[in-house]
Every structure is written in structure tokens, then in C-alpha cells.
Write a protein that binds this ligand. Structure first.
Ligand code: ZN
Length: 317
């Protein structure tokens, strides 16, 4: 009997303007976000045509029609703060540039593809750094609103990606109570408290070096605070060209093969704005999908969503 195929997981942080919620959007940033928005239909059809099942970790406010509908969630402290004026003129930007903060047609389109998973990236890209009682209450309210928005499409959210990869046990417990089954966490540090952002401890230089030359990565699934961690193994660097782009692709190729040979799970992630100048970004993404297809056609790798990996892994007891 042949070995069990490895698992290839791709998650996409769908956030558009929400990913820059503490930044004043200058013209260049507005163009970058608009380009990301414009690339979404092509990105979806590419994944569908390549039979890649992705998890779209969506800032759920994107699935609303506009600011008025968002402000109707006035039980959510972060939404109330936003309506009162928010930081860096975010409230003003959300109202003035709705196309950068709302794209309900696209999220509905995603939902019409059952092999694609809509996951959550909170309601407003809430950063879960220090687990103060206030922040935890806001997180609880945001996740309830996320599930409510999904329920309007008779759907349920199972997979969560924490903004900035900040998280800790109290947040994981809240997510479990809100009906989530899995999250994209750090790769495991045995015996360590889940704390998120392990990669930050490497520092920028170490992270960059690791993107091209570091040890081969791939992971399994681990349970933490009742949620399954489908760890993100590598951020896909779609903006790198030339020597660095080739070195990164070679690294990803090695890791895909390693996952195939060891029946492991390999989890890549990126943001649509990382497609950058569109032609190059898509070309690099297609190269990665080609590498996956090579393994998949030989029965050595299977594309699954985060939710599906969580479902097939050992029950969390
Ligand atoms: Zn994000």
C-alpha cells in the first residue's frame, strides 16, 4: 500500500483596508489595496481551476454592505469605538473609501464554491496582543458578530487566523466557545505556552534568512486550549523576484517534497496584496501551484482547507 499523501494547506488573509487599520491610507497604499481587491476574482478562479482548496481568513466586516451595516453591530466595543471616530481617521476612511473595506459580493462568490473555505480574521482586524479583560470582551463580541454574519448565509466559521499572529490561551478559549475548531498558529515549541508570533523572536534579519535558507519546515496538527493548531509553516513571498524569488521558490519546492515524503502537513499563507505588481505575483503563485500539482498528480499531496485538516485529525478529547 502506498503511503498516506501529505497535506497541502493554503490560507489567504483577506483583509484589504482593514489590514492597515492604524495607518492613514496615502495614495500609494490606496492603490495597493485597490489592486489587491481587483486581483481577487482572478485569484479565486486560478485556485478553482487548479483544484486547490484554500482557507480565506476573512475580516468579516468585508462581508457587509457598508459602514451603516457595520455600525449596526453596536454591541461590539471596537465597532462603537470606530463609529465614535476611531484612530487615525479610520472611521472617516471606512465611510469615504467603502470599496477598500467592504466587498460582500466577493465573499458571497467565495461561499458559492464549497471547496473553498471562508474562515475568519476577526471582524475588524482586531489585534489580540495583551489579553486584558477589555480586549478579551471585545474579541468575544467580534467573534459572535463574525458567526452572525456567516449565519446569514447559512454558514458557520470554523477556522481562525489571528491578526499579526498575536494570540494566547485566553483568546484560544474564547475562540473555541465561539464555535471555532482550529487556528493558524506558530509552529510548535514543545512545552511552551502558545503565545503567537514565534517568528518575531527571530528578528527581521533571521526571518529573511529563514525564508531562503532556513531548515526545511512542515508540521503536524496540535491541540491547544481545545482548538487545533494548523500551524503556518511559511509566508509565501510573492513579491520577491530575481535571486531571492528563486531561492524562496526552491525552498518551498523542497518543503513540499518533504511533506509529500513524510505524509506531513505543509501550510503556506499570503495576503492578496502580496501579489504586488499583478503579473509577477501571479506568475510566482502559479509556479508554486505547479509544484503542488506535480506531487498531487502522483498521489503524494492532497489539498485541504484548514477546517478539513482539523476535522480529519485526532479528536480533541
Ligand atoms: Zn491580517
Amino acid at each position: 500500500m502506498s503511503a498516506r499523501p501529505g497535506r497541502f494547506v493554503l490560507s489567504i488573509d483577506l483583509e484589504l483596508g482593514w489590514g492597515y487599520r492604524d495607518t492613514r491610507l496615502d495614495r500609494a497604499l490606496q492603490r495597493r489595496i485597490q489592486a489587491a481587491r481587483d486581483s481577487l476574482p482572478e485569484l479565486l478562479s486560478l485556485l478553482v481551476s487548479r483544484k486547490v482548496r484554500a482557507t480565506w481568513a476573512t475580516v468579516m466586516a468585508l462581508e457587509l454592505e457598508g459602514a451603516d451595516e457595520l455600525f449596526s453591530f453596536d454591541e461590539v466595543p471596537s465597532v462603537r469605538a470606530l463609529e465614535r471616530g476611531g484612530r487615525s481617521g479610520l472611521s472617516e476612511q471606512v465611510t469615504r473609501l467603502p470599496e477598500l473595506y467592504f466587498y460582500d459580493e466577493f465573499v458571497r462568490e467565495l461561499r458559492s464554491h464549497p471547496e473553498q473555505e471562508v474562515g475568519a480574521h476577526t471582524l475588524t482586524h482586531l489585534v489580540c496582543d495583551r489579553a486584558t479583560s477589555e480586549r478579551c470582551a471585545t474579541f468575544t463580541a467580534e467573534l459572535a458578530a463574525c458567526q452572525e454574519i456567516a449565519a446569514r448565509s447559512s454558514s458557520k466559521l470554523h477556522s481562525l487566523v489571528f491578526p499579526g499572529n498575536y494570540y494566547s490561551s485566553p483568546y484560544l478559549q474564547i475562540a473555541r466557545r465561539a464555535g471555532f475548531t482550529c487556528y493558524r498558529g506558530d509552529r510548535f515549541v514543545s512545552g511552551a505556552e502558545p503565545r503567537g508570533a514565534l517568528s518575531r523572536s527571530l528578528g527581521r534579519g533571521g526571518r529573511l534568512l529563514d525564508a531562503y535558507l532556513g531548515p526545511v519546515r512542515s508540521s503536524g496538527v496540535e491541540v491547544s486550549s481545545g482548538l487545533k493548531n494548523i500551524p503556518g509553516d511559511r509566508f509565501l513571498r510573492l513579491e520577491d523576484g530575481g535571486f531571492f524569488g528563486r531561492a524562496h521558490l526552491a525552498r518551498v519546492e523542497k518543503e513540499l517534497k518533504h511533506a509529500a515524503e513524510t505524509s506531513a502537513t505543509y501550510h503556506l499563507w499570503f495576503h492578496p496584496h502580496n501579489l504586488g505588481s499583478r503579473e509577477n505575483g501571479f506568475e510566482r503563485l502559479r509556479a508554486v501551484l505547479d509544484l503542488f500539482a506535480e506531487q498531487a498528480s502522483a498521489g503524494r499531496l492532497l489539498s485541504l482547507t484548514m477546517g478539513e485538516v482539523a476535522e480529519e485529525s485526532e479528536p480533541s478529547g
